[in-house]
Design a protein around this ligand. Structure first.
Ligand code: NAD
Ligand code: WQD
Length: 336
């Protein structure tokens, strides 16, 4: 039996694939390479000594997905594939709704057709919207403020409705907070196309000299130093949460949403200072206006992951920044 990993050549997926291979799981990856390259597979093989089966396909392509399930004995799916850039989602919303929502519906239809009803889904803290106060708890009301967030919220609704309609489904929706860091080997890591949207890839590209300076979006929030506070989580800890989730599927009747965060908040300036300290490199920055849509503080209540999955984050901020820097300094141009 194999696990199907959609989006398995991407940032989080490739780290999950490493941990799954190390744990002895058989893995089949489906990815259309829209935001990744097969070079990550070479690196995964280098780290684990194993090469996962890779199929270049789009999850929206029903015939291709059917042939994946026909040719491989799939026991469960970890569904990472999706478009994820918030800003871009406001420019090309139809692409986001089609790729993320239609793609997931096609995947679910094919899973149903082949009686594979075990799923771990990549959701996001974005589903808490802007009206809840941190720490964010799974029972809080959900909402979305942009098309990307809407796709995650819609998919969660679809998953809850599907699980209600047929008790054979076991689904865990993992709500990730802010994944950063890289594998400690420095061989795989985050490799964004173009100018990064997220804080850590931007900071590390400034540090490595690819970008001139960071814009800190606002220093007048009601936080420790006025800059935005987020719950950063090491990507390897996040990957390990997926292994726990796959195991926990056997005790899930229906669909359950679980936060994956550390429960700690860190400000933008705390990140910048920690990055300087660990890398020994300056990170020039200027204070800029707030970014529309940002809120002051976002961090998780992470108790359910501990209670239900037996998982908690083990890597601290120093580990996250050290591993980010190792990846970026060893690969200044990503996988190129
Ligand atoms: P990523 O872009 O590195 O990985 C996503 C992968 O999915 C890419 O390899 C891409 O080529 C592939 N893909 C996209 N659309 C596809 C399609 N239609 N068919 C097949 N493959 C497709 O992103 P990531 O950071 O690894 O994120 C993985 C998942 O986690 C995404 O669903 C994302 O929304 C979610 N998530 C990410 C973050 C974050 O900050 N990185 C936070 C919360 C949730
Ligand atoms: C973090 C902090 C910024 C860039 C996003 C998505 C969310 C999830 C994770 C997928 C904020 C500040 C950033 C910069 C800055 N993704 N910042 N200068 O916004 O918390 O979450 O990624 O699901 O849905 O919205 O992450 O890394 O963009 O920002 O000052 O150049 O860094 O204002 O306070 P965010 P981020």
């Amino acid at each position: 039996m194999s696990l199907l990993i959609t989006g398995g050549t991407g940032y989080i997926g490739s780290h999950a694939v490493v941990e799954l291979l190390n744990a002895g799981d058989d893995v089949v990856i489906v990815d259309n390479l829209s935001n990744s390259s097969t070079k990550s597979l070479d690196r995964v093989e280098h780290i684990t000594g194993k090469r996962p089966i890779f199929i270049k396909a789009d999850i929206c392509d029903k015939a291709a997905m059917e042939s994946v399930f026909r040719e491989h004995d799939i026991s469960a799916v970890i569904h990472f594939a999706g478009l994820k850039a918030v800003g871009e989602s406001t420019q090309i919303p139809l692409s986001y709704y089609h790729n993320n929502v239609t793609g997931t519906i096609v995947l679910l239809e094919v899973m149903k057709q082949f009686s594979v009803k075990n799923l771990v889904f990549s959701s996001s803290a974005t589903v808490y919207g802007e009206n809840n106060l941190s720490p964010l708890i799974e029972t809080m009301p959900t909402s979305a403020t942009n098309p990307y967030g809407q796709t995650k919220l819609m998919i969660e609704h679809i998953l809850f409705d599907l699980a209600k309609s047929d008790p054979q489904w076991s689904i865990i929706s993992l709500r990730y907070f802010n994944p950063i860091g890289a594998h400690h080997s420095g061989l795989i890591g985050e490799n964004p196309n173009g100018i990064p949207n997220n804080l850590l890839p931007f900071v590390s590209q400034v540090a490595v000299g690819r970008l001139q300076q960071l814009s800190v979006f606002g220093d007048d929030y009601d936080t420790i130093d006025g800059t935005g506070v987020r719950d950063y989580i090491h990507v390897v800890d996040l990957a390990l949460a997926h292994l726990k989730a796959v195991t926990a599927l056997s005790k899930v009747d229906g669909c359950i949403a679980i936060n994956v965060g550390t429960g700690n908040g860190t400000s933008v300036l705390q990140i910048v200072n920690k990055f300087k300290e660990i890398s020994g490199v300056d990170v020039p920055y200027q204070i800029s206006p707030r970014r529309p849509g940002d809120i002051a503080t976002v961090f998780a209540k992470a108790d359910l992951a501990n209670e239900f999955l037996g998982w908690q984050a083990e890597r601290n901020l120093d580990d996250m920044i050290r591993d980010t820097w190792r990846w970026q300094s060893q690969n200044p141009n990503g996988f190129e």
